[in-house]
Ligand binder design. Structure first.
Ligand code: GLC
Length: 550
């Protein structure tokens, strides 16, 4: 596919605008300026005064269609959509995948210019989430329902890697629909990790599936799907993989490198923040959907206990701010017994130099990983945003994360939102940690690359914390480049200035992420689908940071 060379404004033909028929009514140049201004005033004053968190969680009234429909909402808010929006919708629809005539998902990338397809012609569970949210926000829930049911069926397959059988509840990383034009039949092949690089099963897929089921239910008000015995069983199977008792001494979930969005070796093994935050969110989402029947009750009890322990562990041991960094810096080591302060025997010498300069006096974040004698001090965007959305972060911690983002804008956002992690690893460390991976060289791909898809999570976190101006700044950056660069998968470089070395073009989740961010900012009540209120029973025991009370 050719990259458009003309200016944006000339790109939208009438047929492209079909999805936006109501916006066409606004097509009078003089009005355009006034409308734009009135939206800016409305959104900024309304949003920055902040909604109460309760309002945001509740505002998305189930079943309501009047404001989930994009064209209608544009009219209501009286502003003209950015021309990129129409193009994004068109590209998103082009990526739809059909199974026996029904839409069941979106492919990862529709990049015809690229010769290698690799596995980008598949429907990835994690990649479909922003597409699903875009469709839900636009009042088109069918594709989401079909996707949930199709993946539920795939969960029922027997899964093997060589001679080893995987747990029953594992959800696929991706699936592909094969069309046989002669026999006129459609079949599905799915990947549970048995053909993925490194042969790792996706731990995040099941969590995203539960989170999406809740989003569907919240958005449509249709309880009949989540209440079916099949969905209830699906939820229980996913959870039974994570809630079984064993050798664990921590409530966090132990996993292998490459089992989530970062699906190659990157030192993201053990207890990575991305998995812990998604685990927490999935547990809370499941709690709201599980029936209180005999089987359900058993799980509900386990979930409540786990949430309690997990939130304590994360809020205390994963949290890092100036004060906590100073405490770790002064830690004694080799402490035995219950009185130990340095419980995991972290060696102060293992604190990397960069973190001392990076840490502002005000602000904080959940570190990448905590395990015996190993703290990964890297910042990971997805885990921190999901921690805010799920209320794994306390309100003070959520504010501190946003403070950090503002303070370290150049490092974490730069010229293209948003760094997947910060900082990159290089030289000897890169050799050891990635196994010399040429795709994950410094400031590229998973190693400090910038991923536009993360914009929707940042926007949601901004709205939840009442700081939409931060999201607006990030969206402005995206709008200055993403379309011009043909919606790449990721950007490279310290500032995220260069289109990624091996980035796909027309990457679906870059497209959908942008749409979701726009729709949420325009109508913040959408956030109720993907955000959970603070649970007052899970208060933190320790309050460590000065920045929390500043
Ligand atoms: C890459 C990403 C992974 C994504 C897949 C499809 O492998 O690392 O997170 O799901 O591409 O876009």
């Amino acid at each position: 596919m050719e990259c458009p060379k003309e200016p944006l404004e000339s790109q939208c033909s009438l047929s492209e605008m079909d999805d936006f028929d109501l916006t066409r009514a606004l097509d009078k140049p003089r009005l355009k300026i006034e409308r734009k201004r009135s939206f800016d005033e409305r959104s900024m004053s309304e949003l920055s005064t902040g909604y109460s968190r309760h309002d945001l969680d509740m505002a998305h009234s189930p079943g309501s269609r009047s404001f989930v429909d994009t064209p209608l909402s544009y009219v209501r808010n009286s502003f003209e959509p950015h021309p990129m929006v129409a193009e994004a919708w068109e590209a998103l629809r082009r990526s739809m995948v059909f199974f026996r005539g029904q839409p069941v998902g979106t492919i990862a990338a529709y990049d015809h210019a690229s010769e290698e397809v690799l596995n980008y012609d598949q429907v990835f569970v994690r990649d479909f989430v922003p597409s699903a949210l875009a469709f839900l926000m636009n009042g088109e829930p069918d594709i989401v329902k079909n996707f949930l049911l199709k993946t539920l069926q795939l969960q029922g397959w027997e899964k093997r890697v060589d001679r080893f059988k995987l747990g029953e509840g594992v959800m696929p990383a991706s699936f592909k629909v094969l069309h046989d034009p002669v026999r006129k039949t459609d079949t599905i092949v799915a990947d549970f990790g048995e053909s993925a690089i490194g042969r790792v099963a996706p731990v995040d897929s099941g969590f995203w599936w539960i989170i999406l089921l809740r989003a569907y239910t919240k958005s449509t008000g249709d309880l009949t799907l989540s209440e079916t015995p099949e969905c209830q069983r699906g939820i229980r199977l996913i959870l039974s993989l994570c809630l079984s008792e064993g050798f664990d001494t921590f409530p966090t979930l132990l996993c292998a490198d490459g089992c989530s969005m970062v699906d190659r070796r990157m030192g993201v093994y053990g207890y990575p923040i991305e998995i812990q935050a998604l685990f927490f969110m999935a547990l809370r989402s499941a709690l709201s959907m599980l029936k209180h029947d005999e089987e359900g009750r058993e799980f509900i009890e386990k979930i409540v206990k786990r949430l309690h322990a997990l939130s304590f562990h994360m809020r205390n041991y994963f949290w890092l701010d100036f004060q906590q960094l100073n405490d770790i810096y002064r830690y004694k080591t080799e402490e035995y017994s219950h009185t130990a302060v340095n419980k995991f025997n972290v060696m102060p010498d293992s604190i990397p130099d960069w973190v001392f300069d990076f840490m502002p006096l005000r602000g904080g974040y959940f570190v990448g990983n905590v395990s015996p004698a190993r703290m990964d001090f890297r910042w990971f965007s997805l885990g921190n945003c999901v921690a805010i959305l799920s209320s794994l972060a306390t309100p003070d911690q959520s504010m501190a994360i946003m403070d950090l983002l503002e303070h370290r804008w150049e490092e974490l956002v730069g010229e293209m939102p948003l760094k997947i992690c910060y900082p990159c690893i290089e030289s000897h460390e890169w050799r050891i940690v990635t196994g010399c991976d040429p795709k994950n060289t410094r400031w590229s791909y998973h190693n400090g690359g910038s991923w536009p898809v993360l914009l929707w999570m940042l926007t949601a976190a901004c709205i939840k914390t009442g700081r939409p101006q931060i999201a607006r700044r990030a969206i402005d950056l995206i709008e200055s480049r993403l379309h011009r660069d043909c919606w790449p998968e990721y950007y490279d470089g310290k500032l995220g200035r260069y289109v990624g070395k091996q980035a796909r073009k027309y990457q679906t989740w870059s497209i959908a992420g942008y749409l979701v961010a726009k729709m949420m900012l325009e109508d913040p009540s959408h956030i109720g689908m993907i955000s959970l209120e603070e649970d007052k029973q899970m208060k933190p025991v320790l309050k460590r940071s000065a920045s929390w009370t500043c």
